[in-house]
Design a protein around this ligand. Structure first.
Ligand code: HEM
Length: 417
């Protein structure tokens, strides 16, 4: 068994707006599983090829449960002091009770079984009218707003947030998004984040308590009244799903618009033929791979031989779905955005038992958003050169632009395309 002598790659790394770090191509070719240096000094493994990424994600010997030292630490608080880390870990305990992505079977299975029906393609299809109404309201607001219009805050986040709140049966609260925004600042740590998290927890606790006496049709109420979950689990689940269910999707809306506008022919093709959108969206999902880091961390529960190296029990393995989706051994011309290509097998929604619960909802949202957006604003453009856009820091779990000013109509003439 090969024990790598390569110097560990430092983590985190920076991707460009649309592409993985260039060095990943070299890793895929020469050392598809290689040592990785985490910010806390621990040495783990980085996996970059499509076949090895799927092997790790599909192998039950890699656990999703996180050692206490890792929770809220490596990714959310990379530079934090020990006391802040400990406080954050404590304060996050209620979220962990329902964050089933960090569980293995059978705990994970219990949540996934209870939720699967509500996120099936059929059930999700029934949400189309609600999402259409949410999108129409935002597009109306956009149409009467001054230029440039801030697309992330004014469109993408509210559409994604209102949709997931409808599904969960929660009121739309600023706290649901504020916690995500605070995680975007760099450096991220301080007591402000802890205070923000406490407000997020208080709001969720109050809303779940209210469901006891006032049930509704939402997912959280259904699980609460099933009697199969504790109130603490529902509160944790609400926190997890409200973040997982809006931040990825809203980032996809902004980055998706940008990718289509980078080469104007892609945008114009959708304007001319909205029926082509389903294939275009799946390619956007592959090409952007918006979820780039955590939760893609697994820990070996026993010694595992993989890709010619021995991963020892207790070692952390970081897979890069973005790199896997750009693996030329799996996709031809992987760095090219090619709407209509065969995208089967992409891992942007993960792979194995933790594959994204909300993928059908995400696809539906994106299809409605882009259908109506190109219909209403066929000449929409970014108001600034794309290299001036600010992305989240490299350690942030998801990829996205923090702001996206856009213009249309006569203001779009002469703007950057
Ligand atoms: C384009 C948007 C989205 C992308 C790219 C995305 C991506 C992912 C990925 C890659 C995973 C697996 C992570 C891993 O295995 O470590 C995942 C899991 C998950 N996603 Fe999404 N997601 C999106 C939208 C949503 C939405 C709208 C929801 C709404 C509920 C959602 C809920 C979840 C949940 C609950 C899990 C954990 C599943 C499990 O552990 O069984 N996601 N997502």
């Amino acid at each position: 068994m090969h024990i790598s002598s390569t110097a560990p790659a430092p983590f985190p790394w920076e991707r460009t707006l649309f592409d993985p770090p260039a060095v990943f191509a070299d890793h895929r070719e020469h050392e598809p599983i290689r040592p990785l240096l985490y910010p806390d000094g621990e040495i783990g493994w980085l996996v970059t090829t499509h076949d090895l990424v799927r092997q790790v994600l599909g192998d039950a010997r890699f656990t999703m449960t996180k050692p206490a030292r890792v929770v809220g630490e490596t990714f959310i608080l990379p530079a934090g002091g020990d006391s802040v880390r400990a406080a954050f870990s404590d304060v996050m305990a209620p979220m962990r009770a329902g964050t089933f992505i960090n569980m293995d079977a059978p705990d994970h299975t219990r949540f996934r079984r209870a939720l699967g029906g509500r996120f099936s393609p059929k059930q999700v299809g029934g949400l189309a009218d609600v999402i259409e109404a949410i999108v129409a309201e935002r597009l109306d607001a956009m149409a009467t707003s001054p230029h440039p219009f801030e697309f992330v805050e004014g469109f993408a986040v509210p559409v994604a947030l209102r949709t997931i709140c409808h599904v969960l049966g929660l009121p739309v609260r600023p706290e649901w998004h504020e916690i995500s925004v605070l995680m975007e600042v760099d450096p991220p740590i301080d007591v402000e984040l802890l205070g923000q998290y406490s407000r997020f927890l208080e709001a969720m606790t109050a809303d779940v308590h209210a469901l006891r006496d006032q049930p509704n049709d939402g997912v959280l109420s259904m699980l609460l009244h099933s009697g199969d979950f504790t109130e603490e689990e529902i509160i944790g689940l609400g926190q997890f799903l409200v973040i997982a269910g809006h931040h990825t999707t809203s980032n996809m809306m902004s980055l998706g618009a940008l990718v289509l506008q980078q080469d104007r022919s892609h945008w114009d093709a959708v304007v001319a033929d909205p029926d082509s959108l389903s294939a275009t969206i799946e390619e956007l999902v592959r090409y952007i791979t918006v979820l780039q880091l955590a939760p893609f961390t697994r820990t070996a529960t026993e010694d595992v031989a993989i890709g010619g190296v021995l991963v020892r029990a207790g070692e952390r393995v970081q897979v890069s779905a973005l790199s896997a989706n750009r693996d030329a051994a799996f996709f031809s011309n992987p760095d090219r955005f090619e709407p209509g290509r065969d995208t089967a097998g992409h891992v942007a929604f993960g792979y194995g038992i933790h594959q994204c619960l909300g993928q059908h909802l995400a696809r539906l949202e994106l299809r409605i958003v882009f259908t109506r957006l190109v219909e209403r604003f066929p000449d929409l453009r970014p108001a600034v050169p794309v290299d001036e856009l600010v992305t989240y820091p490299g350690w942030y779990p998801g990829h996205g632009v923090q702001e996206l000013p856009v213009v249309w109509g006569s203001d779009a003439e002469g703007e950057n395309s």
